[in-house]
Write a protein that binds this ligand. Sequence first.
Ligand SMILES: [Zn+2]
Length: 121
Amino acid sequence: MNNHSCEAIVITCIDFRFQEYIHKWLEENFQPNTYDRGAFAGAAKNSDTILSQIEVANRLHHIKKAVIINHEDCGAYGPKGHIDHHVRDLQQVKKQISEQFPNLEVATYYLHLDGTFEHIV
Ligand SMILES: [Zn+2]
């Protein structure tokens, strides 16, 4: 591995209310400076954007893992944003990533308003 490589890409929603939880979780789960980050409103809702960012991270930074984090009460999902909808989108984008980038491990999470990360499989 050269020094222009990293472990992972982490994709979240833009929502300011969750950034401290995400920072803390990243500190607990990754070494410093070992992941690319992307933030798009609704996270898993943007599968085309996510796939394009993963393509770049995979090609330039030789990542091994993609992490997608959706969250409770997401404005991008609106009033219909039931957890089932998030789980469906996370599973769908995970499947697309695995098909397009079979070299990558994919982990998806649903982040609750209280800061709890729920691993979605
Ligand atoms: Zn959101």
